[in-house]
Design a protein around this ligand. Structure first.
Ligand SMILES: Cc1ncc(COP(=O)(O)O)c(C=O)c1O
Length: 480
């Protein structure tokens, strides 16, 4: 575990539990129920404190809307059905209306036709897991494929890796070209009789770029494969950027080879966390993700996806988010996001020590050290940015940072502030060349079998630590 001291590891673990000396850590259900006011007080205090960073507008991705009035409205809608279980549609047929309309509105945004269908899921990960299951099942049913393979760009979201891990699918990661887009020749050369699907991103998590979906679609059509477009991140912003007249490579159902698309309502759809849409070109594909059991002693059972019981509140709030934002709301947000992203891009391009990853990024700017004999340590640049309150997302292999611009980042003057802090960050990195950057402590380890094994061990240890409610270091605190 090169370079990582015990203190650094402990400091990282301590960050998971900053409240251990401030509030009671409950390990048993309290004997008597606590007063609502006491609980509300804790919740309100923590929420107000924790929202401060996001509300500063200096955070990449994560918070997409940043409008507390609208959050309040969505929470009001959520409240009306929060307790409703949509598995019981006889009691709550409103959920059928809301969910069907969310899918229809998303399909129309993606230029679907009257054959296009979909399902609401719990988030981007589930919207990627479902289509991977669908293509595995389709391969088995229609082509007798028992050892399915899926080819994805190396930049595709890791949730697809997780899906393949869960579903026993062999994953092939296609390398990227110097443009940070998938290498089509590699994909073509690795299609085998066991391939069930290809994947492209619109846009990719690390770079925000749109893979050559038209070409992937042609390959998919030629070999009768599925082509899933991961629009979890870009799905609710790229269509509006395109409508504004900016160049966006085609990626939706207008391309004949595209068979499914995921788009997250809980990202640029500006809904509450916990929803996403997965669309299929036709109902026959969607059938492969259904689960029906006619002979269970508990009764006839059918569910469209992985969840069993689901809250009607989230479905209603997602429907309300789409309706109240409206096309004009999405266009206005996309205009501001595009404009801010281009200013961020200009700020990076103004630094000869840095380079932007990829051509024509629209809403997400990824960057790293410019090529040269003595490249700056991008994580040292990040250390300085972090000290100024910025929270960018780290990329690795190659090392970099990305700024996924969302509505809270579009406030006037923010891009200019970023430009100044970035320039200072480059100066800081040069002045501290050779010193280890604290924000990059774990980066640089991946990419070798030993490094990957060490990192996996550490990451799993971090998860263990998150679930270990620690004892306070002093006298036990009180609540309220
Ligand atoms: C391109 C892309 N796909 C999938 C996901 C996974 O989404 P979620 O975190 O909602 O499961 C993300 C998350 O950032 C993403 O950027």
């Amino acid at each position: 575990m090169a370079d990582l001291t015990a203190e650094q590891v402990q400091a990282m673990l301590d960050r998971f539990y900053p409240y251990k000396d401030r509030y009671v850590a409950h390990r048993t259900i309290p004997a008597e129920g606590m007063p609502r006011e006491t609980v509300l007080d804790v919740v309100r205090t923590l929420a107000a404190e924790e929202d401060r960073l996001g509300d500063s507008g200096k955070v990449s991705s994560s918070l997409y809307l940043g409008d507390h009035d609208q959050y309040h409205f969505l929470a009001e809608v959520f409240e009306a059905f929060a307790h409703a279980n949509v598995l019981q549609r006889d009691m709550y047929p409103s959920a059928t209306k809301f969910e069907g309309e969310i899918v229809a509105m998303t399909a129309s945004m993606m230029h679907g036709d009257d054959r296009t269908v979909g399902v609401l899921t719990s988030g981007g990960t589930e919207s990627l897991m479902n289509p991977m299951l669908v293509y595995r099942e389709r391969g088995r049913a229609e082509k007798r494929i028992t050892a399915p393979e899926v080819i994805i760009p190396n930049s595709a979201h890791v949730a697809i890796d997780k899906a393949c891990h869960y579903f026993g699918i062999r994953l092939l990661r296609a390398p990227l070209g110097s443009d940070f887009l998938v290498d089509l020749d590699w994909v073509r050369d690795h299609i085998t009789p066991n391939t069930v699907a290809l994947v492209g991103s619109a846009g990719s998590y690390p770079y925000g770029l749109v893979d050559p979906i038209g070409e992937l679609g042609a390959l998919a059509a030629e070999h009768d494969l599925g082509l899933h477009v991961d629009g979890c991140l870009g799905g609710f912003v790229l269509p509006w950027i395109e409508r504004l007249g900016h160049p966006v490579p085609p990626f939706d159902f207008r391309l004949p080879g595209v068979t499914s698309i995921s788009a997250d309502t809980h990202k640029f759809g500006y809904a509450l966390k916990g929803t996403s849409v997965v669309l299929y070109r036709d109902a026959a594909l969607r059938r492969y993700q259904y689960f029906a059991s006619p002979d269970w002693p508990g009764g006839l059972y059918v569910s469209p996806g992985m969840s069993g019981s689901r809250s009607g509140g989230l479905i209603a709030a997602t429907w309300a988010a789409l309706l109240t934002t409206g096309e004009q709301g999405y266009l206005d947000a996309a205009a501001a996001i595009y404009d801010t992203a281009q200013r961020i891009r200009a700020a990076v391009e103004a630094q000869p020590a840095l380079r932007v990853y990829g051509d024509d990024p629209t809403f997400l700017i990824a960057f790293g050290a410019a090529d040269g004999d003595d490249p700056v340590d991008i994580f040292a640049v990040n250390d300085h940015l972090a000290s100024r309150g910025w929270r960018l997302n780290p990329d690795q292999l190659p090392a970099g940072l990305h700024f996924c611009v969302t509505r809270p980042n579009t406030r006037p003057g923010l891009a200019e502030e970023f430009a100044r802090d970035l320039a200072d960050g480059v100066a800081h990195a040069k002045a501290h060349a050779g010193e280890p950057a604290s924000s990059g402590a774990l980066y640089g380890m991946a990419g070798t079998p030993a490094g990957n094994a060490g990192l996996s061990f550490l990451l799993s240890g971090a998860l263990d630590a998150m679930y270990a409610v620690p004892a306070p270091s002093g006298p036990p605190p009180t609540e309220g």
